[in-house]
Structure formats: C-alpha cells, structure tokens
Write a protein that binds this ligand. Structure first.
Ligand code: ADP
Length: 490
C-alpha cells in the first residue's frame, strides 16, 4: 500500500481558495481500502450561487472573453503548474479514484496535461472573424462579417471514473474559447478538481471568477442549482444518460446550450477471418479500471463458426487477468468507486444469471481481497442480445459475449442498442472490417485495433450516448457562439 496522501480541501470561488460558507466538509474515501484519506469542502446552495455570480461577473466585466493573448498565457501557466506538481497528484488520483497507477502515466493524468497544448493552440486555429462577399437583400447591398465568440458562463459537471482528464477536457477548451467556468466534480473525486483550482490560484494570472471549483458531498443539489441558473449559458456534462436527461430538461427552462457525453454499450465485432487468438487473449482488457469507462466495448460479438474456440480463449484470458491493489503497476484493474456501484454491478450479474446467460468466470466479490469495492473480472457467454446485461450499461468488469451468424447479423446486433458511443470491428480483411465499421451507428469505432482517441479527434455519441462532441475542432466549437454582422458595402 502507498504512503498516506493528502489533497487540497478548499474550493476556488472568485479567485480565492475557500472553505464552504457553512464550514462543512465531507470525507474523501479510498475505494481500495474503504478508509478516509482526507476531508474536502462541502458546498451548499449559497456557495454555488456565489460561484455562478463570480463567473457571470468575470465574463461580463473582465477582458477575458476578448483577450486571446491573456488566455494563452494563463492556460500555459496552468499547464506548467499542473505538470510541475504531477508527482504529488499521482498518488492522490490513485487513492481517491482507485485508478491503477499505470493509467496515471497515460489517460488518467499525464497525457491530459500534455494534451492541453492542442486546445491552447486552437486559440490560433479558430477563424475568429471573416468577411462574406457583398450581398443584395431587399434592394440593399451589404457587407457581412461572421464572428466567433465565447458562449458565456459554462457549468462543467464531471464524473468520477477519469476525473482529472474529464475536468481538463471541459475547462481547457471552455477557457481557451473565452468562457468563464464553474467546475462541479463528482462527490467521490473532489481532489482531482481542487488540485486544478489550487494550481490555477497559485501559478496563473487567470482573473478572479474566470475559473471556479465547487465541491459537494450531495452534488446533485448544487448541480441542480448550476443547471437551473439562468446566469449560466451552457452545461458541459459527462456522466450517466439518466442524469444527462435530467440536466437537459432542467436547462431547457433557460434554453441553455448542453453538451452531453453519456453512457455506452459498445460492441466489438470479431469477424470470422480475425486473428481469434490475439483478439480473445486481450479480451479481458474490458476489465481495465474495473470496466468504469463509457466507451469500453462491453459486448463481444463472436462468429458462431468459431464460437467455442473463442469462448475457451476468453475464459483463459479472464482467469489469467491480474487485478487488485491499484498501487501495483501490474494491475490494470482496481476497485470500483464505491459500495453503491459495487452493489449495482453485482445486481446486474445476478440479473444476467436469472435471464439465462452462462457465467464462465467470476461473478462475485474476490475472496482474496477483504477490503475495497472490488468485483471479480466476469465473463458471461451465450448472452441474449435483448437481455438486460446486453442492453444496459453495467460500468463494471463484465463482458457479455453474443454469438452471431452473418456480417449483417453482427451489424444488427451491434446497433440493437439505445446507446451509440463506440465500437470495434476486427478481421483479417481491412476493407471488409472498415465497411462494417461504417455501418455502426456510433460516434467512434476502432478498426483492427486502431485507436481513435486523441486531443484532436472528436469524441461523443449517437442516440442516447449524448449530444455534441468533446475534443477536436467540433469539441472546441461547442464552446463558441456565432455572430453575423451586417455592414454597409465598402
Ligand atoms: P453516477 O450515478 O454514476 O454518480 P451521474 O451521472 O449521476 O453518475 O454523475 C455525474 C455527475 O453529475 C456528478 O458530478 C454528479 O454529482 C452530477 N449530478 C448528479 N445528479 C445531478 C443533477 N440532478 N444535476 C446536476 N448534476 C448532477
């Protein structure tokens, strides 16, 4: 076990690192040990309202929205500060998220600090204003200019699975585009947000109120304040589809712009000419980070002609998968985030059994780990594509294997989902695999193990997996308005 860690317990509101007005705090719990690792400010409605007022004032009364050089300088200062203290952050992320330490050298921490560069460079990449040719309308000739402007005050609401990455994925493009931000992290992972608040306060010239970080134990209450407040122009949300719908409905009262990155139930189609050995040997990778990732391919579609062979290979892969203490660099699966999530996942496993799927590996709490919210890597085969475990997002280390007959069958099963976030197609013939990938109704697809993720690649969902895109130019433009100005002809 790692040595004890501590994180920033104060929020950032209106340029100050502050306690909650009530003085209340709540416990941050390590999901691997079930022990408290420290306290953090527990905001009430008043604290959130103060943060919203500060963000509104900063947008309306400072030069942040117009001064692109200031934004570039401040965001580079933030990036440098985050990078400078990253070795102090690493154990905090492992302790509060239960994230395997190996992942902190990539997507959970280091990669996202480096990836800030792309959004900062977008400040120079955006066409902030351009002229259209003169045009006649009602007998009048006019010149026209199209301007890009920030949306205004952005509420960023983030989940606990990749908290530091998702916090940065929202606040960096939002700030770079000239918005002001209130970041509300998930209650389980407050330090991944307060760290950013402290670094912003200590290392940067970001004006007071431009970036605010508000933590709360009952985050739905302050989250509702944020999504309902008419001073907020946009909510950028990552989390469950149910909460996304709630935020959209609440935001509708003031017609807020909403960006939603929601759940998934992605399918990995293994074609009959695939390298089955390689595909199935790596099949247990879906258990990485306990399966707590919205874009993980949690359904595997195996051709019936090679089904038994595939199931045997998967069984071996799941039985040999190493998991446990997230501080051990060999473990790519740690605990789930909390007891509620563990019980939810175990509930789905029971449901899978009662609905007739065949449990091949796992299915319970690991006998060798008496502390921590762990669930065994779990392999279900013979899964009915309409059953609960093939349709609902489990958010645990559970793979549902489904047999299919023809390529058309595979596409139909893959698209038989209310979600449309991601997917994969793997086969021996790249053209055939690519043609199938194009038929999937999802926002991203991996073909023959090609990785789609990157700061410049748009990510998001079709159907109930979301609205809009994060990352890439479409992701940056989520945070921009468009204004057209009519001018007299020259
Ligand atoms: P989970 O149920 O796994 O915690 P959620 O989608 O509910 O996932 O949570 C994602 C984020 O949304 C968290 O920051 C959470 O505090 C926040 N949240 C939950 N309910 C609401 C709500 N009604 N309004 C605004 N934010 C909310």
């Amino acid at each position: 076990m790692a040595a004890s860690v501590s994180g920033e317990h104060r929020m950032l509101i209106d340029g100050e690192l502050v306690e909650a007005a009530s003085g209340a705090t709540y416990a941050n719990v390590n999901p691997a040990t079930e022990e408290e690792i420290g306290q953090v400010a527990d905001a009430g409605v008043g604290d959130m309202e103060r943060a919203v007022a500060a963000a509104r004032r900063a947008f309306d009364e400072t030069d942040w929205a117009n001064d692109r050089e200031l934004r570039k300088r401040c965001l580079r200062q933030l990036q440098e500060g985050l990078a400078k203290e990253r070795e102090a952050l690493r154990p905090q992320i492992v302790a509060e998220v239960g994230a395997p330490v190996t992942l902190t050298y990539a997507i959970q921490q280091d990669a996202c600090i480096d990836d800030m560069e792309w959004d900062i460079e977008c400040i120079d990449r955006i066409d902030w204003e351009h002229d259209l040719p003169e045009h006649e309308f009602f007998g009048m000739r006019s010149a026209r200019r199209v301007l890009r402007e920030p949306v205004g005050v952005v509420g960023a609401i983030t989940p606990w699975n990749f908290p530091f990455m998702l916090n940065l994925s929202k606040i960096v493009p939002a700030l770079a585009a000239g918005n002001t931000v209130i970041l509300k992290p998930a209650p389980d992972t407050p330090w991944s947000a307060t760290y950013i608040g402290r670094v912003a306060a200590e290392y940067t010239d970001i004006p007071a109120g431009v970036l605010n970080v508000v933590t709360a134990g009952d985050a739905a209450v302050v989250g509702e304040v944020l999504s309902g407040d008419e001073r907020v122009d946009m909510i950028s949300f990552t989390g469950s589809t149910a909460t996304g719908k709630r935020i959209m409905a609440r935001g509708a009262e003031s017609l807020k712009r909403v960006f939603l990155e929601l759940g998934g139930k992605s399918a990995n189609i293994i074609l009959d000419d695939a390298d089955l050995e390689a595909q199935c040997r790596s099949g247990a990778m879906v258990c990485m980070h306990g399966g707590q990732g919205c874009a993980i391919t949690t359904r595997m579609l195996l051709p019936r002609s090679r089904y038994d062979e595939g199931v045997e290979l998967l069984k071996a892969a799941f039985e040999g998968w190493k998991y446990g203490d997230p501080n051990d660099p060999e473990n790519l699966q740690g605990p789930l985030i909390n007891a509620r999530q563990r019980e939810r996942v175990l509930g789905y496993i029971e449901k899978g059994k009662t609905e007739g799927a065949r449990l091949v590996v796992g299915g319970g709490r690991p006998a060798h780990l008496d502390k921590g919210y762990y669930v065994e890597p779990t392999l279900f085969v013979d899964v009915d594509p309409d059953s609960t475990i093939a349709q609902e997002e489990i958010f645990g280390p559970v793979l549902a294997v489904i047999p299919y007959d023809t390529d058309d069958d595979a596409v139909r099963i893959a698209n038989n989902s209310r979600y449309g976030l991601s997917g994969a197609v793997n086969g021996g013939d790249l053209d055939r695999a690519y043609a199938i990938a194009k038929r999937l109704r999802t926002g991203t697809v991996s073909v023959n193990n090609g990785q789609w993720f990157g700061p410049d690649s748009p990510f998001g969902g079709y159907k109930e997996s979301g609205l809009g895109r994060e990352h890439g130019m479409p992701g940056f433009e989520e945070y921009l308005e468009t204004k057209t100005v009519g001018l007299p002809p020259s």
